[in-house]
Write a protein that binds this ligand. Sequence first.
Ligand code: PBG
Length: 325
Amino acid sequence: MSFPEVRLRRLRQSPAVRGLVRETSLEPRQLVLPLFVREGIAEPSPIGSMPGVAQHSLDSLRGVATEAAEAGVGGVMLFGVPAVRDAQGSGADDPKGILNVATEVLAAEVGDALVVQTDLCLDEFTDHGHCGVLAADGSVDNDATLERYASMALAQARAGSQLLGLSGMMDGQVAVIRQALDAEGFTDTLLLAYAAKYASAFYGPFREAVDSQLKGDRRTYQLDPGNRREGVREAVVDEQEGADIVMVKPAMAFLDVLREVRDTVDIPVWAYQVSGEYAMIEAAAANGWIDRRASILESLLSIRRAGADVVLSYWATEAARWLRG
Ligand code: PBG
């Protein structure tokens, strides 16, 4: 009988020892809460496929943002759901558009406690549901879309957004938006580039959340799920164009991309735990098939371990409260 020379279990013998040697931390400041605000409603409207998440009225939005700030969450990311849409997505850069109005409200309410962030993309505002404007042949016109994004960026910065989430996946969007902001004196507005955003089935519930008008798919601009090298290349290009932060999205199905991006760029890397990831855990937990709280915390910790400095998650406020004990 020979004894093991290496006893790895020594490091796991008690909660105190495990706490001392845990490699990855999860803190409230590392979480960002995505929020939906809908034009013309007086009460929050629940999203069926995302139990616990709602489209907010301007009033209820203030409440949930304040709760997030009190829980120590690092930021909120705002998405707007307009009452009227058109081909150009005119509501996106209208100062009276729902997203810009809500941004002003939140900047005043919680802008000192956390980072108020806005989604910069046309899909919620277009009647065809694409992230850009269309050319005559029906394809998404990259360069015409960049002009709309520049205008949208200025509207959001003027409304008080501190960080713009560039989620449209158009080529050159980071450089064009940086230039437009700097020319108007918004040199402090942060740019988060959704560098490696995949054409994913896990966005399903989000499309309900924003009443998406999309028919078809986004495969001519979002990345093919089979491609890791291309995802890393997107992040490198966005860093060169001047992004302050890059994003990998979705999170759990793309943890390998996340790790490689973290090892490649020198700027912060964030990940988005998307609506389908949320819905899966909620549905399994509701059936009693998994432990809800343990699964949520493990999913967040694992996304951090894979390389995310910050995680966007619909559980941000609840998880932050748990972490604070
Ligand atoms: C597009 C956008 C999407 C999400 C965030 N921004 C969906 C899409 O590309 O269709 C998905 C977020 C989620 O699923 O939680 N602007």
